[in-house]
Design a protein around this ligand. Structure first.
Ligand code: GLA
Length: 384
């Protein structure tokens, strides 16, 4: 059963009456542009056809009763009272979005019964958290008939994650879940928030391979990368690494290296990755899938050698995928790193070959079974 039907069915079973509305917010996969969003740079993800469904019915009062179908847990809170943080992480995504929605729209005090379910694998770099935040943000908009843009819903989701959940993420995931476009990659300028959609090339599939490795240290590693990037930006005397050109980096890089080797390596990744995103848009527009594949490979190498966020299992998956795909199209790690998924742009006729090569080797080499997904570039959040 898909998440939309499941949320509707389980709503009825749990609350004993029909849900009047359902909202669906997608996860995302990033094609290129990793750890560039919080450096005010460029990213090129797409929303996917996996996501979070929330079925709900407005209530007369200001109470939210939330049923998390997948873990069979519930939460309840009153929108007319201060919304406290919970010990349970999942509750803070919901409460956080409502809290920051109220901060922007104090008139929002509308109660509801809600049931929610997701088919985005958790902690895999496919933005299960953003899908939840955006689904809840859109639910608030519907309930209160709030005059709020999708961009602002995304920024509220990010704020909830930063300040209420305590994860210091950038804005890519929430913007993509809110503003994804069917059959398109969206290049986002994470400073201006401008979006340039580019069609997914015809004849190519988007395949995602989950390494099924989950790393405990992700948050700490993520935050230390952010700090190292800030240190590098300070060295160059700019607001964010977005403002450092390749020329400037080449001219002053050695001096930064003398000061901090780590900051140098992190900056090298970010400065070159920003350029790769821009080059990827050009390659896609020209239909140059060989170039796109090269850029994806360089992005992966840069994440492995300079940003140091890949792990052997992921490097191995990427090597296998690159062999199966050949020159047209490419593969790289996607998401925050330290496990998670590999994204592939693969000619349709090579999908089976890719799947088989990985099935025959990955588990044998690593002792872990992968999960293989084919997905399509999808629209952002919508009311069903
Ligand atoms: C996570 C964060 C994003 C982004 C990526 C890395 O998904 O939530 O904001 O920084 O990592 O590109």
């Amino acid at each position: 059963m898909n998440p939309i039907e499941l949320s509707q069915q389980q709503f009825e079973q749990h609350f004993g009456y029909h849900a009047s509305h359902t909202v669906f917010a997608p996860g995302r996969v990033n094609i290129i542009g990793e750890h560039t969003d919080y450096n005010d740079g460029f990213v090129m993800p797409c929303a996917i056809d996996y996501g979070m469904a929330v079925s709900f019915t407005p209530r007369e009062d200001s109470i939210w009763r939330v049923y998390a179908i997948d873990i069979q847990e519930t939460d309840a809170f009153d929108l007319k009272k201060p919304i406290p943080q919970s010990e349970d992480k999942w509750k803070n995504y919901v409460r956080g979005v409502v809290k920051f929605m109220q901060e922007k729209h104090p008139e929002f005090i509308h109660g509801a019964d809600l049931a929610m379910t997701s088919n985005v694998p958790m902690s895999s770099g496919l933005s299960s958290s953003a899908a939840l935040e955006i689904a809840i943000g859109q639910t608030c908009q519907c309930l209160g008939k709030l005059d709020i843009s999708l961009t602002d819903i995304a920024l509220i989701g990010q704020k909830a994650e930063n300040l209420f959940v305590g994860a210091n993420c950038g804005n890519m995931d929430q913007l993509t879940s809110a503003l994804g476009q069917k059959d398109h990659f969206i290049m986002i300028d994470c400073r201006s928030l401008a979006i340039t959609p580019t069609p997914v090339p015809q004849g190519y599939a988007i395949a995602i391979i989950n390494s099924n490795v989950k790393h405990d240290l992700v948050t700490g590693e993520y935050n230390s990368r952010r700090q190292e990037c800030e240190q590098a930006a300070q060295f160059f005397g700019v607001k964010a690494l977005r403002d450092v050109s390749l020329e400037q980096f080449n001219a002053q890089g050695e001096a930064l290296k003398a000061e901090s080797e780590l900051a140098y390596k992190r900056a090298k990744h970010v400065v070159t990755e920003n350029q790769r995103v821009l080059d990827a848009v050009t390659a896609l527009k020209a239909g140059d899938m060989v170039k796109l594949g090269e850029l994806m490979a360089q992005s992966h190498d840069s994440m492995r050698d300079d940003f140091e966020i890949t792990i052997p299992e992921i490097d191995y998956l990427v090597e296998l995928a690159q062999v199966a795909i050949g020159k047209n199209g490419g593969a790289r790690m996607t998401g925050g790193g330290f496990g998670g998924c590999v994204v592939c742009l693969v000619p349709n006729e090579k999908v089976d070959q890719l799947k088989t090569l990985i099935a025959e080797n990955y588990q044998k080499q690593t002792g872990i079974a992968e999960t293989f997904y084919l997905c399509t570039a999808s629209d952002g959040v919508h009311v069903i």
